[in-house]
Design a protein around this ligand. Structure first.
Ligand code: SAM
Length: 327
């Protein structure tokens, strides 16, 4: 079992397989994109598999693939199949913007993926286009339908709620759970990514979101299970789907943090908001042993901060863009 210095059990590795993305969400990336990591610097699938196999023997049992947009990386389905064969990995999931899901959902399911998170910040075509700078709302919606129809479950729909941008859709997202078996999750807007633009006044806190949801129906609390991480779960009375509330900015989010991150270029990050990075790629490429890899994992574990600094005066935006860390 991996315990950090604050006695949190770390069992979750979030892996960013690419910094490339097929959207340009206004709060995440500038319109022209960001300088990309060169292909040689990006970990090969074989390298990632080796890292996961070694870390799994130490206590990592949950893996989520993210990016950038993970589905744009060639060979992702076969890679997921290989990950699904690692017996210590009990929970394998993926976060996507859904654009390529209609084409890939069935293959992903067959490759061993059980569940999926889909990021969607608006249910309105024009607003989707304004936020993402791409006219792909219908593709994403068809992707969600396909994910439902092939039986990926649960399907979590993640909405970043931003004051004045999409806050008037909080209730519409919640109403989806009345008729569809989706878990709609509201995430506070964080000062990261293209976050020069982040202003405290854009933030819609979880308590504010919750009070809006209470107008849709009675919220019934659902006990968390071991894979939930920091989300607080609810169901609107009579709904078939669920609500999840994730408050990295306003709540004691870090107490339940169980994760490390692996960047596309092979650095372990101990926290989304810390620039501390522990290099594993260099070790792998210089012929490091499994034992050396385990040692690096322990270095990362020991370096994990007790909490992120967002609400402190020491806070400064992290050096890497969200797309190059893995959101
Ligand atoms: N492309 C994939 C996707 O769309 O889910 C994975 C990467 S994306 C960076 C992961 C998630 O990070 C998305 O749900 C996105 O909305 C979220 N995100 C990006 N910048 C954020 C910010 N400043 N605050 C909160 N969430 C953010």
């Amino acid at each position: 079992m991996l315990l950090d210095p604050y006695r949190r059990k770390i069992n979750y590795l979030r892996i960013s397989v690419t910094d490339r993305c097929n959207l340009r969400c206004c709060y995440c990336m500038p319109e022209e994109g960001i300088p990309l990591i060169s292909h040689e610097e990006i970990l090969t699938y074989e390298e990632i598999l080796r890292i996961v196999r070694v870390f799994a023997t130490e206590g990592i049992s949950k893996v989520r693939l993210t990016g950038g947009e993970p589905l744009v990386r060639k060979g992702i389905v076969d890679f997921i199949h290989s990950l699904s064969q690692i017996k210590e990995i009990k929970d394998l999931s993926l976060t996507t913007n859904g654009i390529l899901l209609r084409e890939l959902a069935r293959d992903l399911k067959q490759a061993g993926l059980r569940r999926i998170n889909i990021s969607l910040d608006s249910l309105r075509k024009e607003r989707f286009c304004q936020i993402t700078r791409r006219d792909d709302f219908e593709r994403v919606w068809k992707g969600i339908e396909e994910a439902l129809s092939v039986g990926l479950s649960p399907i979590k729909l993640n909405m970043v709620a931003i004051q004045g941008l999409n806050d008037d859709e909080i209730e519409s997202f919640a109403r989806l759970t009345l008729r569809l078996p989706l878990s709609v999750r509201y995430i506070e807007y964080m000062p990261s990514g293209n976050g020069e633009e982040w202003k405290k006044s854009d933030l819609l806190t979880i308590p504010q979101i919750k009070s809006r949801l209470e107008k849709v129906g009675k919220l019934i609390s659902i006990p968390s299970d071991q894979w939930d991480g920091p989300a607080k779960r609810f169901r609107i009375e009579g709904a078939i789907g669920e609500i999840g509330l994730i408050g990295p900015v306003s709540s004691h989010f870090c107490d339940d943090c169980n994760r490390l991150r692996l960047t596309p270029d092979g650095k372990i990050r101990t926290c989304l908001f810390s620039d501390e990075e522990i290099d594993v790629k260099e070790l792998l490429r210089k012929g490091g042993s499994d034992r050396d890899l385990k040692e690096r994992l322990l270095v990362a574990l020991r370096a994990k901060p007790e909490r992120h600094p967002i609400n402190t005066h020491q806070f400064k935006k992290c050096q890497r863009n969200m797309s190059a860390i893995g959101g």
